[in-house]
Design a protein around this ligand. Sequence first.
Ligand code: ATP
Length: 379
Amino acid sequence: MKSLGSIRRDFAPWNDPNAKPYIQFDKVTKKFGEFTAVNNLSLTIFEREFFALLGASGCGKSTLLRMLAGFEEPTAGRILLDGQDLRGIPPYKRPVNMMFQSYALFPHMTVEKNIAFGLKQEGMPGPDIEKRVAEMLKLVKLEQFAKRKPHQLSGGQRQRVALARSVAKRPKVLLLDEPLGALDKKLREETQFELMDLQQELGLTFVVVTHDQEEAMTMADRIAIMDKGEVMQVATPAEIYEAPTSRFVAHFVGNVNMFEGKVAEHTANATRITGATGAEIVVDNGGKAAAGSDIVFAIRPEKIKVSSKKPADAVNALEGEVYDVAYLGDMTVYHIKLDDGQIVRASALNASRVTEDPLTWNDRAWVSFRPDAGVVLTR
Ligand code: ATP
């Protein structure tokens, strides 16, 4: 069985026409004065989904989260949770909790008191609180830190306290605004896996805001890519990467080569594209673009092979010379300047220690790729 990307996903309610959406943004607009932060946006999230909102600073991700939490009301449109319109319901009455970027821990309280705080406010009986706090401490592996205060903890430990505190009340949905923003790279990576395990264990729906594409790719079941208050694409990480539907999304996630061109003709199972500078490309998935229309062919660097000779069996092969080359250990990145002037980025995994066909600056070189290696974009 073939699939996009290397992971098989068995959890995919978005592909089931009978699955009931859990969270629905229905034509939601949010204006601050004249400024439109969220623009007529519709989005569906399913129960137990790990959903990521990904976008550049200011694209409206946090505003979306804050509306779901109830700190802001939409200017127009509806937000539904389990079929119920949330308009007018105050934050504390929503089955939603939010973990803020700053964690907002109480500095003068111990870890266990921080975790217990919300439960106490809710009026939970003392012994139940104790039991729940112990459960939470175990969940985030902080049992031995119960009596410490936040300033006596590392960044990662503080993050876990904040997490324990926000799930202590057993919300149905946890909203996380840049949950790992304060951690250094290595700790971030570890914590991403911890967060995924925790979400699985608790069976909660997570909606996380991040501007870090790798983080979204690692953790999320699906990602919504946002730009200027609108959703550009909602899809699994593999679909976002392997089948972006627009130049914006192709550019936003990972590295990509773009060939401007026109659809020259469709044949029975292929599409021929002529590049703006003369190069010809044959693809087997360009059927949706009308013949004669302007398109962009987008292809990821690792899908392009670089060789000193033209591969005998290549459907697509373009000639140029090595413009730049960087050995990064696990892979080598080539910049090949094609004879039409375009610079192509290609990367090769160094799966063995020696290379059969080493290249260097100014060598003549061929770039080649399969007809299914890239996507044809019409917008
Ligand atoms: P970041 O990653 O920087 O947090 P974001 O995508 O979360 O960005 P939002 O915080 O949702 O962005 O803000 C979206 C836009 O709305 C921004 O241009 C911001 O300046 C504006 N905005 C947000 N809150 C308000 C407010 N209370 N009043 C006026 N403008 C606001």
